[in-house]
Structure formats: C-alpha cells, structure tokens
Design a protein around this ligand. Structure first.
Ligand code: PLP
Length: 392
C-alpha cells in the first residue's frame, strides 16, 4: 500500500535537517547560537496570560463556535477598522489555528485543480506547499535586491494568466523584511484592477515596521480591490503568542462561510480559553505598551546586527523595513546556502536558515529574535566561517 499522491508533492523542508541538527547539538551540551527561530523570544505579556488563566478557571473549556467566539470575531473586525482602516464585519472574520491554518483554509476554499497562485520569491516556506495541497499550481516569481525583493507591476503583469486565481502579497516579508511602499502598491493595484482574481495580504508582521515606515494596504490605494481582498494575520508575532496558535482571516463572507465549513470538518474551533487571551490582547490598552516594548527591543537588535555585519568582509545584507529577520548574501563564499548553513552549524555552532528554503539561493536568513549577546556571538562565528572559505 502506498501513500497518497499529495504527500509526494510536499517539499521536504530544507530547514528541517539544520533545525534537527541544531537541536541535537544543543541537547548534547554544545552551546549553539540560535539565530534561526521565526518567533519572538519574549514571554506572552502577563495581562494576556492572566485572561486565559481566568477563562480556564471560569470553565471556558468546552467546544465553541467553529469560526471563533463571537466577541473575538467582533474585536478582530474592530481592530481591522481601527489599526488597518479596513471595513470588515464580524461575519467576514474567522479564527483559526495560527496564520498557517488561515492560509491553508483559504487555499482549500478558493483553488480548483490547475488554478494558479502567484507567489513572489523569496517567500514564506509554506505558501507553495499549501497551494499544491489544494491542487493548485504555485507560480513563483523571483525578485531581486534591485527591486528591494518586491514584485514589480511588470513582473506581476507577466505572471498573470487566465488561470490565476490568487496573488499572495506578504509585507513585511519573511524572510527579507521587505515592506511595500504606497507607490509600489499603486503600481500593483493598477495591474490587479484589470484582472479578476483574489488577493491575499499576509500581514502577520504588520506591527514590526522600522525606519518610519507606516502600515499601508492595497485597499487604501484602490478601494475597489477590497471585494477581492483577503487579510491573513495572527497573534503569534505581534503579541509573542506563537504557541497559542491563533490566527485570523478577514474576507468576503462567502469565503469565510466556506472556510468555517472546511474547518468544522478538520480542527473545529481553536482552543476556547486561548481565544479569551487573544480577546484580551486586542482589547486591553496594556497591549500597546507590550507591543511598543518588543518593537523597541527588535529595533535595537536590528541595528546591532546590521552594525556588527558591516565589518564582516565578503558578505552583504539587505536592509529590512520590517519583521525580525536579516537577509544576508553569502554568494562570495562560493557555497550554496544549505552547505553554508551546515558548515556554519557544524563547525561554528550557529544555526541560521538557508535561502533555498525560501526559494532563493545565495542568501541566508538570520533571525534577530535573540538576545544581544547571542547576536554578537553569532556574528563573530559567522565571520570566522566566511574567513575559513577564503583560506580554503
Ligand atoms: N505568514 C508568515 C509570513 C509567517 O512568517 C508565519 C510564521 O512564521 C505565518 C504566516 C504563520 O504564523 P502562525 O501560524 O504562527 O500564526
């Protein structure tokens, strides 16, 4: 008996071997410098934790509505209005197990076999696999540093076809930290206006913007697009709630109804008492302070990491406008990204993620969701690693 065809389509994670090796080395007592993690290293703020504990104590431990408790759906709709200037009703919002399940649900309810999805690369690792799982075809559009790792209107126009069902825009981007500006979105919106397809904006890093960049969405530059626009977001990165698994989708009601129906046959509602924590995160003014504190720490670490790398020969980096990653070019070492990362881990005890996992060779992703001491130790080791290739 063999496994389903769809399993064979899944890309084995290029990050898996690095992460597994790093964990095994840590477990063996080797002081690994972890710059790979895609999660904030702060505890979830106390007021959010307390709300979940209180919900548990109050017996909020039963099955709930599949799409999320009504108060949370309402609070998300209010948040979208207030923070993002996007009008969605509670019925146009649903809660899932992280941004990951929101996007998976979306692919499953909008794609028919053979439908194409435009994904600018470098991309978040799961997009292409999700598309394939839904029998769609990922159309990966490589971007370069010359355009700030952002898809251009001409590239988008060339990639669109009568089979295009969905376009994915992720800003701030994982892994590059690239952020689309108003002018860039105006250009993309003009192309999208003439092509009837869905557009999903993955905004999970929206609270982590630097250098005076401000939040902006395609719907702001062309309000007509909102009827085709889907927002995917979650609590993981902004509130340091990765393990809570809470994300949300905002979309026209037909999509939300279909996605709730799908979710009713897969996971049902997400953890009930966790949703009360998320509700607190959105409604308690203390969250503003927590977000600001984490933002300030990330900003400092970003500056520290860039400054430390400035003095390392033979590598360059892309200056990120958001998120908590630095996209570093290692082409001058002559190694591909996976070999480089394996060598960096095995001989220099630093864990980072190879660019190939994000659909882009010649680059690696460093996460600065780590202490300043770890960042400095990591850069020191990275420099030694790069020098070792020069001497070989
Ligand atoms: N989208 C992007 C761009 C991400 O980087 C991540 C997580 O790393 C997600 C979505 C999913 O986040 P989660 O499922 O933890 O909410």
């Amino acid at each position: 008996m063999h496994l389903a065809r769809r399993v064979a389509q899944l890309t084995p994670s290029a990050t898996l071997s690095i992460t597994a090796q790093a964990k095994a080395m840590s477990a063996a007592g080797i002081p690994i410098c972890h710059l790979g993690a895609g999660e904030p290293d702060f505890p979830t703020p106390a007021h959010i934790r307390r709300a979940a504990i209180q919900a548990l104590d109050q017996g909020k431990t039963r099955y709930g509505p599949t799409g999320g408790i009504p108060q949370l759906r309402q609070a998300i709709a209010a948040k979208l209005q207030q923070d993002n200037r996007l009008a969605y009703t509670a019925a146009e919002v649903m809660v899932s197990n992280g941004g990951k399940q929101t996007l998976y649900n979306l692919m499953m309810v909008v794609l028919d076999p053979g439908d194409e999805v435009i994904i600018p690369a470098p991309y978040w690792v799961s997009y292409p696999d999700m598309v394939r799982l839904a029998d769609g075809i990922p159309i990966v559009v490589p971007t370069t540093q010359a355009t700030g790792f952002k898809i251009t209107p001409a590239q988008l126009q060339a990639a669109l076809s009568p089979r295009t069902k969905l376009v994915v825009i992720n800003s701030p981007n994982n892994p590059t930290g690239a952020v689309y500006t108003r002018e860039e979105l105006v250009g993309l919106a003009a192309v999208l206006a003439d092509h009837s397809c869905w557009i999903v904006c993955d905004e999970i890093y929206e609270k982590l913007l630097y250098d005076d960049l401000a939040y902006i969405n395609l719907a702001h530059v062309n309000p007509d697009l909102q009827s085709r626009l889907i927002i995917s977001n979650g609590f993981a990165k902004a509130y340091s709630m990765t393990g809570w698994r809470i994300g949300y989708l905002a979309a026209p009601e037909a999509i939300i109804e279909a996605a709730i129906s799908l979710q009713s046959h897969s996971t049902s509602n997400i953890c009930t008492f966790a949703q009360y924590g998320a509700l607190q995160a959105l409604t308690d003014p203390l969250s503003l302070e927590s977000i600001a504190e984490m933002h300030a720490a990330f900003q400092q670490r970003r500056a520290l990491l860039m400054q430390a790398l400035d003095s390392v020969d033979r590598i360059t980096y892309f200056r990120p406008g958001g998120a908590f990653y630095l996209w570093v070019n290692i082409e001058q070492t002559g190694l591909d990204s996976l070999c480089f990362c394996e060598r960096l881990l095995k001989d220099f005890y630093v864990a980072v993620i190879p660019g190939v996992a994000f659909g882009c060779e010649g680059w690696i992703r460093l996460s600065y969701a780590a202490s300043q001491e770890t960042i400095l130790r990591g850069v020191e080791a990275l420099e030694k690693c790069v020098q070792s290739f020069v001497l070989v």
